[in-house]
Design a binder for this molecule. Structure first.
Ligand code: PMP
Length: 398
């Protein structure tokens, strides 16, 4: 065999859609952060300390013993009925289990939503900034993605009304948003739902972090207030484990059946075995015992990061927020410092973060950065924030 580059070209022609699939700037940057010895605030991973391994070991044994043949068989695209019932029962508004579609992570929910609702050049509204994985899921459908101005309380309602146009939907993360960690206030939720109704604007609400609150639960979801106008996406990744690849969506009847057809074409169904495991683990109110342990751990880690920032960033013009839940903290560097340019210097000092620019649909704020506080230990957080402060201090301003 000749080496690949000496073979005659077999004439692959890539689709225009494939051209829209670009490697995220973050993934490329993260490669440099994976070197040994780097304290990384860059990842988007939950802490593996929170994965309930023992509960899954017991569930595996039970599912294989009692239901092994069905668990290993093909199954319905909508999902395993007892899991759909468990999801409906977990949600804080009245949901018929028939409305619940089990997805292969909420990331698949985003892909299915894009396939069913977005044509080439369709207008899609997002927060500023927003979840990069959603921008990636929407991109192959070739939409016009419009970033709506957003502040600490959530989307700017006046800007939303101004720029609604003929948008297919607004994609919104009201709780402990990725990347900013911010939470939409009760007042803003009411105003958003009222405006969405007036403008007949559908909402796609993504809520993988809502259960990870630290002091008090966040206000009720948008879907609870406006179910007929909202597709709601949820996930087991942050409350159980992401390797299961299980999430769910709740959709109004007008779109639900098409989402099931899109799901069927994508992967027939999410893994039957994993669905049974989760249904088994969820029995007897497991989440009510388990999720508080995640909250306690993450709150402690957030506090460690806030303390380290207050201690180390003295005299530096760095601004940061104090997230009330979730996994991420958002910061803004002093004027003249570009986070992407700072990253290699920070890595040289042994610490990594994600530059914020990748999370913007429109013009990016290059001074922003995202810090995950959940996978590093308290000691690593202290050392990593000190290294970041030293990097900012030595940074030559242009
Ligand atoms: N939405 C948001 C906002 C996320 O942060 C993530 C995970 N990083 C996802 C969706 C996808 O999660 P999963 O597919 O694991 O449910």
């Amino acid at each position: 065999m000749k080496p690949d580059d000496l073979q005659p070209s077999p004439g692959w022609t890539l689709s225009r859609r494939a051209g829209r699939m670009t490697s995220s700037a973050i993934r490329d940057l993260l490669k440099i952060t994976e070197q040994p010895g780097i304290i990384s605030f860059a990842g988007g991973l939950p802490s593996p300390l929170t994965f309930p391994v023992e509960a899954f070991r017991a569930a595996c044994e039970k599912v294989l013993r009692e239901d092994g043949r069905s668990a290993l068989q093909y199954a319905a695209s909508e999902g395993y009925a007892p899991l759909r019932e468990a999801v409906a029962a977990l949600l804080p508004w009245k949901v018929d289990p028939a409305q619940v579609l089990i997805t292969t992570g909420s990331q698949q929910g985003l892909d299915l939503v894009a396939k069913v609702l977005v044509d080439q050049d369709s207008r899609v509204l997002v927060e500023t900034p927003t979840y990069l994985g959603a921008l990636q899921a929407f991109a192959p459908m070739e939409p016009q993605v419009v970033g709506i101005a957003s502040d600490d309380e959530g989307v700017d309602i006046a800007d939303l009304a101004r720029r609604r146009g003929d948008a297919r939907f607004l994609y919104v993360l009201p709780n402990f948003q990725n990347p900013t960690g911010r939470t939409m206030t009760e007042g803003r939720r009411q105003a958003l739902v009222q405006t969405a109704r007036e403008l007949a604007l559908p909402l796609v609400e993504d809520n993988p972090y809502g259960d990870l609150w630290f002091d008090a639960p966040p206000p009720a979801p948008l879907a609870a207030r406006y179910p007929q106008g909202t597709i709601y996406l949820g996930s087991f990744s942050k409350v159980l484990a992401p390797g299961l690849r299980l999430g769910y969506l709740v959709a109004p009847p007008a779109v639900a059946s098409k989402l099931v057809l899109a799901k069927q074409a994508a992967d027939l169904h999410s893994p039957s075995f994993n669905q049974r495991l989760v249904a088994e683990v969820l029995r007897d109110g497991f989440l009510e015992r388990h999720v508080p342990t995640i909250r306690t751990l993450y709150r402690d880690q957030r506090d460690a990061m806030l303390e380290a920032l207050a201690r180390e960033m003295h005299g530096l013009d760095l601004r940061w927020n104090a997230p009330a839940g979730g996994m991420f903290l958002w910061a803004r560097l002093p004027a003249g410092i570009d986070a992407a340019r700072l990253l290699p210097r920070a890595v040289a000092r042994g610490v990594a973060f994600v530059p914020g620019a990748a999370f913007y649909a429109g013009e990016a704020d290059a001074r922003t950065l995202r810090l995950s506080f959940v996978t590093a230990s308290r000691e690593q957080i202290a050392a990593g924030i000190a290294a970041l402060a030293a990097t900012i201090r030595e940074n030559p301003r242009p």
